[in-house]
Design a protein around this ligand. Structure first.
Ligand SMILES: C[S@@+](CC[C@H](N)C(=O)[O-])C[C@H]1O[C@@H](n2cnc3c(N)ncnc32)[C@H](O)[C@@H]1O
Length: 203
C-alpha cells in the first residue's frame, strides 16, 4: 500500500522487528490499533522510538495506514495480521521495549471467551518477545474480561506489576487517548488498567 505498511507474508518466519525500521531504536508494539489514534500520536511525540501497530480488521488497518502515511513518519509501521498468531508464532525473542493493548475485544459471550487475546499462551509469548525492562500496558472497559486479564497476568512468570504512569513510556490516559477510550469516556464507563515491567533474566 505505502511505505508505512508491512506485508506479513514477506517477513522471515521468525521476525526481528528491527528490520522494519530505518533507525535502530527502541520498539513499541500496539495490538488492535483500530483507527490508529494512539499509535500516530505516540509516533509523532517520540521520533526517537519505533512503533509497530497490528490490526486485523481490513477497514481499520487501511484507515490507520492512510492516516500514518499522510504524516510522512519514518518511525511507524502498520501490519495487517492476527496479532495473537504473530506474537505466539512469529515474533523473535527479546525484541520489544513496550507492548500496548488498549480495549481488546471482550468477546462477552461465554462460548466466545476462547477468542480473547489475553490468555496464558499469549502472555507467555509476549514475555518471551519483551526485553528485560520492557513495559506491558493493558486497558479495558470490560469488568469481567478484566478479571480474566488479572488472573492471567498477575503472577505470570517474567512480569512484575508497576504503576500505570511511567515517564519513560507513553500510555493512554490524560494526554493520549484511543478512539474507544474517548467514546467510552463520554458514556461514563470505568476503565480498568494494569501495567507491568518485564523482570525476566536477560539471556
Ligand atoms: C475494541 S477495538 C479497540 C481499538 C483501539 N485499541 C482503541 O482503543 O480505540 C479492538 C481492535 O482490535 C482489533 N483486533 C481484535 N483482535 C485482533 C487480533 N487478533 N489481531 C489484531 N487486531 C485485532 C479489532 O479489529 C479492533 O480494531
Amino acid at each position: 500500500m505505502n511505505a508505512i505498511t508491512v506485508n506479513v507474508e514477506a517477513l522471515p518466519e521468525l521476525t526481528d522487528l528491527r528490520e522494519l525500521f530505518v533507525q535502530d531504536a527502541p520498539i513499541e508494539l500496539e495490538i488492535g490499533i483500530g483507527k490508529g489514534t494512539f499509535l500516530l500520536r505516540q509516533a509523532k511525540a517520540h521520533p526517537e522510538r519505533n512503533f509497530l501497530g497490528i490490526e486485523w480488521a481490513n477497514k481499520f488497518y487501511k484507515y490507520a495506514a492512510d492516516r500514518m502515511a499522510r504524516w510522512g513518519l519514518t518511525n511507524v509501521r502498520v501490519m495487517r495480521d492476527d496479532a495473537k498468531h504473530f506474537v505466539v508464532h512469529r515474533l523473535a525473542e527479546n525484541c520489544l521495549d513496550a507492548l500496548h493493548i488498549y480495549h481488546p475485544d471482550p468477546w462477552p459471550k461465554k462460548r466466545h471467551h476462547r477468542r480473547r487475546l489475553i490468555q496464558p499462551a499469549f502472555i507467555q509469548a509476549a514475555v518471551r518477545a519483551m526485553k528485560p525492562g520492557a513495559r506491558l500496558a493493558i486497558q479495558t472497559d470490560h469488568a469481567e474480561y478484566f478479571e480474566q486479564i488479572r488472573e492471567v497476568t498477575l503472577g505470570a512468570e517474567g512480569l512484575a506489576q508497576t504503576e500505570w504512569v511511567d515517564e519513560n513510556f507513553g500510555i493512554v490516559g490524560e494526554d493520549i487517548k484511543t478512539n474507544f477510550e474517548i467514546k467510552y469516556e463520554r458514556e461514563g464507563r470505568t476503565f480498568y488498567r494494569l501495567a507491568f515491567l518485564c523482570d525476566k533474566c536477560a539471556k
